[in-house]
Design a protein. Structure first.
Length: 551
């Protein structure tokens, strides 16, 4: 009987048939998921450890953050990616639009005075108070008096993007309140996340993780914060002293505001910013860019060279000295004398006259390499995908996209930007606003109806708001504005939504400005523009006579 045909594997050995169920249960080489395979060459050495949420990050947090900061400081792509997100999510002016939950207050008290009109009046007064505090030229809202609130929000969000954490401590400084000084005692101090750490650099324990003190339920109750940064040599003694600062007062006023992006349940620190997944590739791209640039510079400097049939140093080393070959010395001396005396020019251009035996060779300046652009673009697309923005935003190169593809890319990026903005607003900005509103409710005369509940009892209803940042903008203003108008007319959108998303402005401010502009036209006896020449419902439009009517 002929031997049966055997199928050989890559190693030259016969391939064994897949084991049956009994073999599988006995721990054979077959597994139902390729992702669980431990025998193939591709997967055998891939055995990552199953870390906990805090264990996989806190131990390596300082190394990750230091590398990320170095990349952002010294690499234009990384710095540009962070700047794009900051400009689109926070911008130069980030502020709350107050929308108190009047329905909840009415249900809580049974008072129908809590209605939409009251909410509008209440919101206007609180927004005015917020502007007086947040945009005060004295900058008393800031502990160091160096930034207004929008600037602090931008810096805190930058820390969250790069370091993984946004951290602040709210102080009560009534000594600053007075005529010509601060109007409110609430003050914000931004804290470098590096200062949040376990006391004496202890390992994580059951009661604290990465400087965050937690209770039996895993909720943060306090924070260990160094009095100075460990990198400040002039504050070495203070950098080895930790203060335990409670999360909030006994009645719930925020003291420490800590915001980070949660990737897993049971996580108590950030620390792996948005660049962590692509940091290695960006570092490799920096090296590749530098290598190509160095090669291009060398080629540009050494465009051509003269080749001689003899190299003096090499030949002299080989022969020992010139006395063994007097002709070589005479040749080199004649070359030097020839080039020092030979200065033939045509006009003002020197003619290259070579000594007998010499010739000119050109350097091949084929730099950068032909695949440089494609390779760089592939790495930047990978980085942009990990960061959450479009490749065109990261590279600022829009030459290879049309309107449809550019708009599709920006819409996808806008979803991520909006989500990051809203999470930061709720996790960081809202806590600061709640503390500020508590003081405003105490010191200002606000429009409150009778039997209005105390702030502490209805904190969520009073402080309800949404945060306004920069608008999305337009690629084709005509097409997109026409689409916005159609959406409003069809009842699929509102002026408030379109104004906020496309311009980053409050819709009531737009209406108020339009009202003033219409009145300014009338006061000056000027014809109203097309957008203003709209008659109210039920009022016949004025007839415009363009030519004499026929009798």
């Amino acid at each position: 009987m002929d031997n049966p045909v055997k199928i050989l594997g890559p190693d030259g050995k016969p391939v064994s048939p897949k084991p049956g169920r009994a073999s599988m249960l006995a721990g054979g080489g077959y597994v139902p998921y390729d992702a669980a395979d431990i025998y193939s060459g591709h997967m055998a050495e891939w055995m990552p450890y199953l870390w906990s949420a805090d264990g996989q990050l806190n131990m390596y947090r300082d190394r990750i953050v230091s590398r990320t900061r170095d990349m952002v400081r010294n690499d234009g792509w990384a710095a540009g990616g962070i700047t794009r997100i900051l400009d689109n999510a926070i911008g130069a002016n980030f502020y709350p639009v107050i929308k108190p939950d009047y329905r909840a207050l009415a249900a809580m008290t049974g008072n129908k005075a809590f209605d939409a009109s009251w909410a509008d009046a209440f919101g206007r007064v609180v927004e005015a108070a917020w502007r007086a505090w947040a945009d005060d030229p004295g900058r008393y809202c800031n502990m160091e008096r160096s930034q207004n609130v929008s600037q602090m929000m931008r810096l805190a969000f930058r820390h969250k993007l790069v370091d993984g954490d946004a951290l602040a401590v709210l102080h009560w400084l009534p000594e600053r309140v007075g005529a010509g000084r601060a109007k409110y005692a609430t003050t914000v101090q931004l804290i470098d996340p590096d200062r949040l750490s376990n006391p004496q650099l202890q390992f994580d324990q059951m009661s604290f993780r990465g400087g965050v003190v937690i209770d039996a339920h895993g909720a943060a109750t306090g924070y260990y914060i160094r009095r100075a940064h460990q990198g400040d040599w002039w504050s070495a003694a203070q950098s080895m002293t930790w203060d335990l600062i409670p999360r909030e007062t006994p009645w719930g006023r925020p003291i420490v505001v800590h915001d980070f992006e949660h990737d897993r349940a049971g996580q108590h620190r950030g620390g792996a910013g948005i660049l962590a997944p692509v940091l290695q590739r960006l570092k490799m791209l920096v090296k590749y860019d530098s290598t190509e640039l160095d090669a291009a510079i060398v080629n540009a400097i050494f465009g051509a060279y003269i080749e001689s049939p003899f190299d003096p140093a090499m030949v002299q080393d080989a022969l020992g000295s010139e006395e063994y070959d007097p002709a070589l010395g005479a040749y080199q001396a004649a070359r030097a004398d020839f080039h020092s005396q030979r200065k033939i020019t045509l006009g003002e251009v020197r003619m290259p006259t070579l000594f007998p035996g010499e010739k000119i060779n050109a350097v091949d300046a084929t730099r950068p390499a032909s695949n440089f652009r494609d390779f760089e673009g592939a790495v930047l697309r990978n980085a942009a995908s990990g960061i959450g923005i479009s490749a065109q935003q990261l590279s600022n190169d829009w030459s290879d996209v049309n309107y449809s593809s550019a708009r599709a890319a920006l819409l996808e990026a806008w979803k991520t930007l909006t989500r990051r903005r809203d999470e930061f607003a709720q996790g960081f900005c809202q806590q600061i606003f709640v503390a500020f509103l508590e003081e405003v409710m105490e010191v200002e005369e606000l429009p409150l109806p009778g039997n209005a509940p105390d702030f502490i009892d209805a904190r969520a209803a009073y402080s309800r708001c949404h945060w306004m940042g920069p608008g999305r903008g337009w690629i084709d203003p005509v097409k997109e504005k026409e689409g916005a108008i159609l959406g409003i007319d069809a009842g699929l959108s509102t002026l408030e939504h379109e104004a906020a998303e496309n311009t980053g402005r409050d819709w009531e401010e737009i209406l108020d400005q339009r009202q003033r502009e219409i009145q300014a036209f009338k006061d000056r006896g000027l014809p109203l523009p097309t957008w203003a020449n709209i008659q109210p419902a039920g009022v016949p439009a004025q007839k415009t006579i363009t030519e004499p009517e026929a009798t």
